[in-house]
Design a protein around this ligand. Structure first.
Ligand SMILES: C[S@@+](CC[C@H](N)C(=O)[O-])C[C@H]1O[C@@H](n2cnc3c(N)ncnc32)[C@H](O)[C@@H]1O
Length: 180
């Protein structure tokens, strides 16, 4: 998690350090810091977000930097892609459980066999979360939703202090490889 929203997510940086560049999907790209960082590492990046504002910002940044980025306004719960991506990154997508489930089904389909899924979010068991707790998943819930077709490489829940929130938060990091 970046201290400033202009830095790439640290779990993403770690995962990418083990991979050769390929085609990545940044789900809910927001301001595009992960998207642009990935593209700078040599990835071809598709960035999707529901927000028109986010998509036009990322398009503008990609044009200015001439990076290999395609930004599209798309709803991940209705994403229709099949085995296109070597990496799918889902960072801080705090969705209702039914939508999270659709998202995970859709991105599983969108990953190539052997492709990597990074799921990163605040976790449900934190006390006093400054968010709607019903939108925060538990590790068990996400692992249950990733079907038997994944090899789980990492499934951590760690507490971390966020200076911009002045708060200790609980972070869930799941790294999984599509096995079939
Ligand atoms: C908390 S922001 C996270 C942005 C970025 N991934 C990050 O790590 O900073 C969540 C983003 O997901 C987008 N979003 C929410 N629901 C979505 C959906 N169903 N499909 C695509 N994007 C969605 C929001 O517009 C927002 O930009």
């Amino acid at each position: 998690m970046p201290e400033s929203w202009t830095q790439p997510d640290e779990a993403l940086v770690k995962v990418v350090s083990t991979l050769a560049p390929g085609h990545a999907l940044d789900v809910g790209c927001g301001g595009g810091h992960d998207t642009l960082w990935l593209a700078r590492q040599g990835w071809s990046v598709t960035a999707i977000d529901l927000s028109r504002h986010a998509v036009s910002k990322v398009r503008k940044l990609a044009r200015e930097t001439k990076l290999d980025v395609t930004a599209a306004r798309d709803d991940v719960t209705a994403l229709d892609a099949e085995q296109e991506f070597d990496l799918v990154s889902i960072c801080y997508m705090h969705l209702p459980a039914a939508d999270r489930s659709k998202m995970l089904t859709n991105v599983t389909r969108a990953l190539k066999v052997g492709g990597t899924l990074l799921f990163r979010s605040f976790e449900a068991s934190i006390d006093d979360a400054p968010f709607d707790r019903s939108l925060l998943p538990s590790r068990e819930a996400v692992l249950a939703e990733l079907d038997a077709g994944f090899k789980i490489r990492q499934a951590d829940v760690l507490d971390e202090f966020f200076s911009y929130m002045k708060k200790q938060m609980r972070l869930l990091t799941i790294v999984a490889i599509r096995a079939k």
